[in-house]
Design a protein around this ligand. Structure first.
Ligand SMILES: CC(C)(COP(=O)(O)OP(=O)(O)OC[C@H]1O[C@@H](n2cnc3c(N)ncnc32)[C@H](O)[C@@H]1OP(=O)(O)O)[C@@H](O)C(=O)NCCC(=O)NCCS
Length: 405
């Protein structure tokens, strides 16, 4: 690691609670480990840094999949990154990141960053933006639903994973940036410790069923009682919404936007191109705020580029520089289209040159390579290659990350 005073090694299963305790202290929250958290812990993918016998650093990767343009691929889901406050800025994070990225068996790593300044130096880049809504329900004016022969009903947390999982998978087929969930991960996602509700109700799980009774949409949300000087001003907090079908999508949003007593609705995971924008006649009342969501780091250039698909046919030679992973340096020929792709090392002259950060930023199709040419972070050697490759890396729907992991 960057600082050899500390021992860096893989964790053991019995270190889970200590591991979580250190991360929670670094992030300043109270953690109550559950049996499910312990079951999902992958100690061989969790790094611990020790100063003598004191645990001073943690970082782990979860084995999950991620939707990328045209495919669903394994991605190291990096989380629980923390360094004891007494040991900051001594290179402990740098040591953990370097080892984790070099050892990852997947071709890419993804994370949500607590602060935007941390991860770029390790080759990560913001590959998706998301939108938070703070909706003024009294002025939003949702469009009415033309007709709905289906219905909305409540389901229990017990029944939810089996009903909801196929919808998340369907979303993965159209939207890049969606993390897959095993049944255990679903159960963890739906844990609802009263101590963490902050005065809100228990989580409500609603599904939309079509005429035949099949579930074609769901929403996870909570309400919070609040009285203002003019009467009820309740708050609705939407955690997650996914729908297979336009009617289900519209019906679920209409249900939420017209709840009795409510004055405000918050939703933190909208896509930049969220269809809800088209279903309200006063979008400014959505109170939109843009921020970075998923950060991506390609760990294996040819494998990562061959794993995704391309919006239009491409045949391009890309020269990549990577300070951390030696094998990513050099020129690679990428050929691909919407059905298939190959990427191999080549001696041919490069059409485009960039660092691993820009390639990672463009990987989900949510940011164009051309954006980085303006700041000279992508160099075009062959006229036309930049526009053509930017188009190829794009995707019809923008990326959307539904959960902070
Ligand atoms: C962020 C954190 C993990 C950094 O750990 P650390 O061991 O102090 O980091 P390092 O000493 O290895 O720093 C490596 C580099 O990152 C920089 N860096 C570290 N934390 C940074 C931050 N929050 N913002 C910007 N740069 C940061 C360092 O200055 C250093 O830069 P250099 O290479 O130019 O010298 C640690 O401060 C922490 O636990 N913070 C609170 C919890 C948190 O935010 N975790 C991240 C969750 S996504």
């Amino acid at each position: 690691m960057a600082n050899s005073e500390y021992v860096l090694r893989a964790a053991t299963a019995d270190e889970h609670d200590q591991f979580l305790g250190l991360f929670a202290a670094a992030m300043m929250f109270e953690a109550t480990p559950t049996d499910l958290d312990r079951e999902l812990f992958e100690p061989e993918r969790a790094l611990v840094a020790y100063d003598g016998d004191q645990l001073v650093g943690t970082a782990k990767a979860m084995s999950r999949d991620l939707s990328v343009p045209g495919a669903v691929v394994p991605a190291a889901h990096v989380t629980a990154v923390g360094v004891r406050a007494t040991h900051r800025r001594r290179g402990i994070l740098a040591g953990m990141m370097s080892r984790q990225l070099r050892e990852a068996p997947e071709a890419l790593a993804v994370l949500w960053a607590s602060e935007a300044g941390i991860y770029g130096r390790f080759g990560y880049a913001a590959a998706a933006f998301g939108v938070s809504y703070e909706v003024d329900l009294r002025s939003v004016r949702p469009r009415p639903l033309p007709s709905d022969s289906g219905r909305i009903e409540e389901v229990s947390a017990e029944d939810a994973p089996a009903l909801l999982a196929p919808l998340l998978q369907a979303l993965q087929a159209t939207r890049p940036g969606v993390s897959g969930r095993s049944e255990q991960v679903w159960r963890q996602h739906l844990q609802d410790d009263p101590a963490h509700r902050g005065g809100s109700t228990a989580r409500q799980i609603l599904v939309h069923r079509d005429e035949s009774g099949a579930v074609d949409g769901y929403v996870l949300w909570r309400g919070k009682m609040n009285w203002g000087p003019t009467g009820p001003a309740y708050e609705v907090s939407v955690q997650e919404l996914a729908a297979l079908d336009p009617t289900a999508y519209h019906a679920l949003w209409l249900h939420l936007l017209t709840l009795d007593l409510a004055a405000k609705l918050e939703y933190g995971h909208a896509a930049v191109d969220e269809p809800l924008l088209q279903l309200v006649s006063n979008p400014v009342a959505l109170g939109r705020r843009l921020s970075e969501t998923l950060w991506i780091r390609i760990t294996d250039v040819p494998r990562a580029l061959a794993q995704r698909r391309y919006a239009v046919a491409t045949d391009v030679v890309i020269e990549v520089t990577d300070d951390l992973i030696e094998a990513n340096n050099g020129r690679f020929r990428l050929t691909g289209d919407a059905e298939k792709a190959t990427c191999e090392r080549t001696d041919a002259a490069a059409d485009l040159a960039l660092s691993i950060n820009e390639l990672s930023a463009a990987y989900l199709g949510g940011r164009g390579l051309a954006e980085f040419a303006t700041t000279e972070r992508v160099t075009e050697n062959t006229p036309g290659a930049l526009a053509a490759t930017t188009a190829a890396f794009g995707w019809p729907l923008g990326p959307q990350s539904l959960e902070i992991f």
